[in-house]
Design a protein around this ligand. Sequence first.
Ligand SMILES: [Fe+2]
Ligand SMILES: [Fe+2]
Length: 137
Amino acid sequence: MFKWKELYSCNISKIDDQHKKLFEIGYKLSDLVRSKDDLDHYDEIIELINELTKYTIYHFETEEKLMEEYGFNGLEEHKKTHKAFVDKISQINISVIDEEQKRVMMEILVFIADWIEDHILKVDHMYKDFLNEKGVF
Ligand SMILES: [Fe+2]
Ligand SMILES: [Fe+2]
């Protein structure tokens, strides 16, 4: 989970760097959730979820600006999928995490990891060739 693969590349360095950063935050989260110590990692987990949410919003803005700048006609559909994901992660119920930390967090992480992979491969890759042809790398 949350391991970068070359097949994720959009062939645009800024976008690839941001995707890698998302994977990095996700990996830190999964590492923490899988840790075998008996310490309560609640505060760190909440902090990382906030970081992931903020960085995701920042990344989506970068993509949307780029697509807008070059007149990509899939922009509106793309924006909808971004918004649905932000709504979803903003609704993560922090009080439930406190009671059943590991189980709930693993479910959330699997959802996030699957979503990011699926989104990069199916949705982000729709602008890849278009932007590359416009000279954006
Ligand atoms: Fe993306
Ligand atoms: Fe995207």
